[in-house]
Structures are given as structure tokens and as C-alpha cells.
Design a protein around this ligand. Structure first.
Ligand code: XMP
Length: 510
């Protein structure tokens, strides 16, 4: 039985971070919403449970809570921030509202000989972010941490292995916070730390073989990290019973089609079909300027092309998708309004009948997917690729899309990427690309007047792609990039740098 830590999500922003911290200790972790029932928890059979934070107060109407039977399961629990306050509230302690929010890195003093804090110095710098606080301990609990302004910054029932901390051990602003997670997972929950990517790959291949047997499997390959790794995993498991369909919609970056063909097209163990659908897509996009319309047309057209290719192959039992864990978590809790209709090239065609969808990477975070890719022998170039949206360059060309504009953008974007790499900035910037604006402006080249396009450069730093700040690329590098683009790409005579964060802007322009 795989050792697991269950993370119960009460709505805090760090839920995925906590899950990752646990996995960094080589222990598998899963996030579930707070509505999870006791019988579901028993089925998961976790070695330990972590309650996340949540910005609200436990006294708020409909504040997220859980069944207090959870404390009787004999499973160690660590409550973080709101998670600690909820434990106090449900177990007979008291929570009060402070007049002022305590926020920032604070000195926290730990009580001696507490297994959760083994190996840490006291005081330790920890990130506090709360207004409510535990004012009275629940029965059989003792105080294990305090700050100058928060008398109960941590508590525990050592006999039952129930712990609460008011600070956030999962963030880097808490010094040695990962040691606290390690102590909880290894010393308190007694996990050995057996979750390793090489074991994952071996087990997955074995599992896929046993499930699929000699049936046929189809994979929509976009050339992105997730679908490439999923395809490689399937190929390792079932070889020639896998067919990969790669739809070239003509909106990929310069060199990208060749790269995908080189990786998959030349392999004797994979059936690879490249569909040249450039004309079809361009025809459908003719005259379209509205961003959402562009996205919808591309999503729909992709499915049509995919369907018509798949129907030529006869009966297919399984479809592979490169869904990864953040997709599962985000769609499971799904609270946000639609800002953009995201389209993943691995999207499910509704009209094709498959026996089942296979999502071999649905338990993994992006960095784990990358590790699996490396285990499977994919090139570092492919595995470390930055994200690229399904609708491709269509949403980086403002206004109508034409062949000429696609070529301009491909060339300019290539130069941008080349220079970023040359200046060794590619490892530090999360995503960087060029956008062809629909603005023309006057310039002067030699002695000639020009009236040509303005190109925008976008580069961002982010962990989660939900918020982002613009990258502080040195001016000298921007200067080189701008000079090269204007000199080498015809019809671009001006380059600007996007200095907006997300929010209020989004990462892509459309
Ligand atoms: P935004 O523009 O929403 O982008 O701030 C957030 C991240 O998502 C990528 N993105 C997409 N990815 N299909 C995808 O697979 C899409 O339709 C899509 N639109 C945006 C974007 O590149 C960024 O990494």
C-alpha cells in the first residue's frame, strides 16, 4: 500500500505548495476539498493529514469545516493557520479576533523536545499571516510555540499526534520550514519516503501494460512537455499499439514542428501521424479579430481534424491525455470565472467514442512530469520547455491572422528566445515570447521612412502562472534583442517591453 499524506483544502492559497513540500520528501500527497467524508478518508487510508489555511474566520457564516470524527481516526494531523484554529474550535478550545492582523516574518519560540520541531533552532523565523488566533487551548493540548504577540503560535496533543501551527511552514519565508514538514511526515506519520520518479515510471509502465493488453491507443501530441511525456510513457509500455497524432495548425513557433517530428517521427516503435492542417486553420481564422472567437475556432477545428484522422484508424479503445495534477485540482475546486477559454491540444473530441481516457500523469506536478521525461530519455530541451498555449501564435497576433504576420512573429520570437538563452536567462524566466501588435508606427531606416509593425516582448516570473510579475531583463540584453529584431525581421520597426504584472494583465495578450 502506497504511503500517502492527505491534504484537506479549506481554501488557502498554499494548498499545492503544501502538497509539493510533502512530495519533496518523497512521500505521495493528495489534495482533497474539505467536503471529503470520513468514509472517503478511510478509503484513502493516509498516514497523515494536513489541514491547509484559509483567509476567512472560522466564525464566518458557512466557514469551511470538517467532521470532528476525523480526530478519532488515530491518524496524525497537522493544522496550519486556519487549520489550527479549526482544530481548536472543533476540539473545545477558543479562537478570538485580534484588533490588528499579524503579518510578516516573526521570531517564533519553540517548546523543547517537540517532535515536530526536532533539529530546528529556537527562536526560528516563521511567516505569520493571521487576524484570528487561538486564545484557549483545547483539552489535553499543550502550547508548543509562541511569538511576542501570539501566545499560542503552536499547540499539540502529543499522545494523539495532533499538531497545530499558526505560521506557514510550507513557504520559503519560514526558515527551515521544510524540516517541519519532514518531521511531520517522517517522524510523526512514519512515512519512509518511497515516492521516487524512477519507481513511478516502472510501476506506471507495468500498470499500463496490464490494463491495455493488446488494445489500440491514440494520443494527441502537441509537442508540449505533458503530452510528449505521456506519449513516451505509453510508448515504453505498449510500443507499436500507440498512435500519436500531431496536428500542425501552422501556429507553432519557429522550429517546433521539426523538433516534434524529430523526437517522435523517426522512432520505429511509435506510429506517428503528422497532419498538415495549416490551410484549414488559416481559412477558418480569416477575418477573425476577436480573441475568444479565435480560441473557439481553433479548439473546434482541432477536434475536427483529430476526429477525421482517428476515424481512418478503425476502432481505438483508449485515448491518452496529458492531464497533470494542477489541472485536476483546479478543475475539481473550480471557483474562478472564465477569463479566457483555455484550449489544450490534448482536449477530448466529444464525437469520437473511446472505451476510456487514460491520463498517466494526473497525479504529478510539472516538475515531476519533467523528471519522468528525463527518466524516459527525452531531451532536456524538450523536457524543460516553457509552456505554450494550445491556440499557439494565434493569440499572440493581435487582430487578423495572415501568413505574413505568422512568419514575422515566428522570426522575431526566435530571435528573442535565442538571445535569452545566449545570455543564460532562460533558466530564470518562467515564460517569454513575442507578441505582434496590430499597431503600425513611423520609423526611419537608413534615410528611408518606414511605416511598420510594433512588436511587444513579454517575459514573466511566476511559480503558478496564476499570478506573475514581469521579468527584470537587463536593459543591455533588451537593447541587443530590439536591435536584432528590427534589423533582421522585415516590417517590424519598433520593439516595446511589456512591464505589466498579472493581475491586472494576463500573461498572454489575448
Ligand atoms: P494567461 O494568459 O491566462 O496564461 O495569464 C496563463 C498560462 O496559461 C497559458 N495559456 C494556455 N495554455 N491553452 C493552454 O494550454 C490555452 O488556451 C492557454 N491560454 C493561455 C499561458 O501561456 C500561460 O502560461
Amino acid at each position: 500500500m502506497q504511503e500517502k499524506i492527505l491534504i484537506i483544502d479549506f481554501g488557502g492559497q498554499y494548498n499545492q505548495l503544501i502538497a509539493r513540500r510533502v512530495r519533496e520528501k518523497n512521500v505521495y500527497s493528495e489534495i482533497h476539498p474539505y467536503t471529503i467524508t470520513i468514509s472517503e478518508i478511510k478509503k484513502i487510508n493516509p498516514r497523515g493529514i494536513i489541514f491547509t489555511g484559509e483567509p476567512a474566520s472560522i466564525y464566518k457564516k458557512d466557514a469551511p469545516s470538517c467532521d470532528s470524527e476525523i480526530f478519532e481516526l488515530g491518524i496524525p494531523i497537522l493544522g496550519i493557520c486556519y487549520g489550527m484554529q479549526l482544530m481548536a474550535h472543533l476540539l473545545g478550545g477558543e479562537v478570538k479576533r485580534a484588533s490588528k492582523r499579524e503579518y510578516g516574518q516573526m521570531k517564533v519560540e519553540f517548546a523543547p523536545d517537540i517532535p515536530l520541531f526536532a533539529g530546528l533552532n529556537s527562536p526560528n523565523i516563521c511567516l505569520m499571516s493571521h487576524t484570528d488566533y487561538v486564545s484557549k487551548l483545547p483539552n489535553d493540548f499543550k502550547k508548543i510555540a509562541k511569538t511576542e504577540s501570539c501566545e499560542i503560535a503552536g499547540f499539540a496533543n502529543l499522545k494523539k499526534n495532533l499538531y497545530g501551527v499558526q505560521f506557514h511552514p510550507e513557504v520559503i519565508h519560514t526558515k527551515n520550514g521544510e524540516k517541519i514538514i519532514d518531521n511531520f511526515v517522517k517522524n510523526i506519520c512514519h512515512c519512509q519516503g518511497l515516492w521516487k520518479m524512477e519507481t513511478f515510471v516502472q510501476n506506471k509502465i507495468f500498470e499500463l501494460r496490464a490494463k491495455i493488453k493488446d488494445k489500440k491507443v491514440l494520443c494527441a501530441l502537441s509537442g508540449g512537455v505533458d503530452s510528449s511525456v505521456a506519449a513516451s510513457l505509453l510508448s515504453a509500455a505498449i510500443g507499436a499499439n500507440l498512435t500519436c497524432i500531431f496536428v500542425d495548425h501552422g501556429l507553432l513557433r519557429k522550429g517546433e514542428v521539426e523538433e516534434v517530428v524529430q523526437t517522435f517521427g523517426n522512432r520505429s516503435d511509435v506510429n506517428f501521424i503528422k497532419v498538415d492542417a495549416k490551410e484549414r486553420f488559416l481559412e477558418k481564422l480569416k477575418g477573425v479579430t476577436d480573441p475568444e472567437k479565435k480560441r473557439k475556432i481553433i479548439g473546434e477545428e482541432f477536434i475536427r481534424v483529430f476526429e477525421s484522422e482517428a476515424s481512418k484508424l478503425g476502432t481505438i479503445d483508449y485515448l491518452v491525455q496529458g492531464t497533470i495534477y494542477p489541472d485536476v485540482v483546479e478543475s475539481g475546486i473550480g471557483k474562478s470565472s472564465v477569463i479566457k477559454s483555455h484550449h489544450n491540444v490534448g482536449g477530448l473530441p466529444e464525437n469520437i467514442k473511446f472505451k476510456e481516457i487514460i491520463e498517466p500523469l494526473r497525479e504529478l506536478f510539472k516538475d515531476e512530469v519533467r523528471q519522468v521525461g528525463i527518466e524516459l530519455g527525452l531531451s532536456l530541451n524538450l523536457v524543460n520547455r516553457q509552456p505554450f498555449p494550445g491556440p499557439g501564435l494565434a493569440i499572440r497576433i493581435i487582430g487578423e491572422i495572415t501568413n505574413e504576420k505568422i512568419a514575422l512573429l515566428q522570426d522575431a520570437d526566435y530571435i528573442f528566445r535565442e538571445e535569452i538563452k545566449k545570455h543564460h536567462l532562460d533558466k530564470n524566466i518562467s515564460q517569454y515570447f513575442a507578441v505582434l501588435t496590430n499597431i503600425k508606427s513611423v520609423g526611419v531606416m537608413g534615410d528611408e521612412r518606414t511605416y511598420d509593425y510594433m512588436l511587444a516582448l513579454r517575459a514573466i516570473d511566476t511559480n503558478d502562472f496564476m499570478t506573475a510579475s514581469f521579468s527584470k531583463i537587463p536593459y543591455e540584453v533588451l537593447e541587443v534583442i530590439s536591435k536584432r529584431i528590427v534589423n533582421e525581421v522585415n516590417h517590424i520597426n519598433r520593439v516595446v517591453y511589456d512591464i505589466t504584472s498579472k493581475p491586472p494583465a494576463t500573461i498572454e495578450w489575448e
